[in-house]
Design a protein around this ligand. Structure first.
Ligand code: AMP
Ligand code: MG
Length: 410
């Protein structure tokens, strides 16, 4: 049995390679950038008004000012601001030459007819001419982003906020890494699909669908191949077939020490090397990782993760082993967010030879409470949790106020 940290290290040192492809901006979310992205221009690209108001010279704010032009957004100002003048300007419009201040429309009155909005040809007065408090209300050219600045790095997992950057710099076709194809096989004679009514001794397949969803939100393509019965022949055929079209294969069930747990012998027969098959972690002890190298090369060609069938085990093992594996292979940072948090209750456990990972509710004040948890089939405990706490090996008691590492569920 190896330590869980060692298992993570082994997995992360056998990453896969993938090609680069160009895809439309509109479908780029959830992909990983395959090259650095640089700004093609300053942002803002010109000195811009941050408010609706009147562009003028700060030294003039005690005077009555004549409005000489109306500047909407998207319009290039024609007239220069000189002493005693101003131009009406909208938020996002380019500041006219000569102006260094925009006074807000809310703080301006029209001379003579106070109830009306002032336009070109009218005179205005600033009602609050306190120079010390005066803000210029201007966003300066290039203050957010400079032309040629690195705005997104290779490996960025594209989220909505990155889409805004890609759009703003004109990255209409986005260079991304080709997503991995991940094959999913659920094994077990007792497993039926959610659309069936199980008999007394059957249970519905929860982890296959859970894994499919986990794969989909990890920037990979999930290819689900259904349930395979616990017999060597069917299992071998299904694994061989799935390996043809996938970079990664995730199997669940069939890796314990039961009479029908054939997975390890089958994957060895198929030329895979098993790098670990027993990990000091609970849940997830039988988690298995196997690789196949390209002929005459040290490059990993395909990998297999075989996980225990209980859905809390497979969920946690995916989040801590497989998601980081995908992210590292895609030149991205480890996606697991660990925090140190304080327990608000006591917790005891009997066996301490493995690290335990238990569902908890983390609070914004930095504390966590432990959810009633019966073990790795208890999917309701997982569904109620927003984080998983780690109890190190050798620790049998957690007291109120003790600190543990906790990772947030995403
Ligand atoms: P195994 O890893 O095959 O020994 O299975 C361990 C436990 O997980 C057993 O109680 C199985 O019935 C259960 N299990 C296996 N596969 C699934 C699945 N796809 N969905 C839900 N439970 C499962
Ligand atoms: Mg089984």
């Amino acid at each position: 049995m190896i330590k869980f940290e060692q298992a993570i290290e082994i997995v992360l040192s056998h990453t896969l390679e993938t090609d680069q492809v160009l895809i439309p901006l509109a479908s780029s979310m959830g992909h990983f950038l395959a090259s650095n992205i640089y700004a093609d221009r300053d942002m803002p690209p010109f000195n811009k008004s941050a408010v609706d108001g009147y562009a003028c010279r700060g030294v003039d704010i005690e005077k009555e000012l004549k409005v000489i032009e109306n500047i909407p957004a998207g319009y290039s100002p024609k007239l220069k601001i000189s002493a005693g003048c101003c131009s009406k300007i909208m938020t996002g419009a380019k500041l006219p030459e000569g102006a260094d201040t925009v006074i807000m429309v809310e703080e301006v009155i029209k001379v003579a007819k106070e109830s009306e909005a002032a336009d070109t040809g009218d005179f205005i007065r600033y009602v609050n001419p306190d120079r010390k408090k005066l803000k210029n209300n201007i966003c300066l050219k290039g203050e957010d982003i400079k032309e040629d600045e690195l705005v997104l790095a290779t490996g960025t997992f594209i989220k909505p906020q990155h889409i805004a950057i890609l759009a703003a710099v004109g990255s209409n076709n986005v260079p991304v890494f080709k997503p991995f194809d991940i094959g999913l096989l659920s094994t077990g004679d007792e497993i039926v699909e959610p659309d069936s009514v199980p008999d007394e001794v059957q249970i519905r397949n929860s982890n296959g669908w859970q894994l499919r969803a986990q794969v989909m939100r990890s920037g990979a393509v999930a290819n689900y191949y259904g349930i395979v019965p616990d017999n060597e022949k069917s299992l071998k055929d299904a694994i061989e077939k799935a390996l043809l079209n996938n970079d990664i294969l995730i199997l669940t069930g069939g890796v314990s020490m039961g009479d029908f747990d054939f997975v390890p012998s089958i994957i060895k027969d198929l030329g895979f090397e098993i790098l670990f098959d027993k990990v000091a972690v609970q849940p997830g002890k039988p988690s298995t990782f196997a690789i196949k190298k390209e002929p005459d090369s040290n490059k990993t060609e395909k990998v297999i993760f075989a996980l225990p069938g209980n859905p809390v085990s497979s969920f946690i093992q995916f989040e801590l082993l497989i998601r980081p594996f995908i992210f590292k292979s895609m030149h991205s940072r480890n996606p697991v967010m660990w925090f140190e948090m304080t327990s608000v209750q006591d917790y005891k456990r009997k066996h301490t030879e493995r690290k335990a990972l238990i569902p908890v509710i983390a609070s914004p004040d930095g504390t966590f409470s432990i959810i009633n948890y019966n073990g790795s089939a208890h999917i309701l405990a997982l569904a109620k949790a927003n984080a998983i706490a780690e109890i190190p090996e050798g620790i049998s008691f957690i007291g109120i106020g003790d600190k543990l590492r906790v990772f947030l569920l995403q």
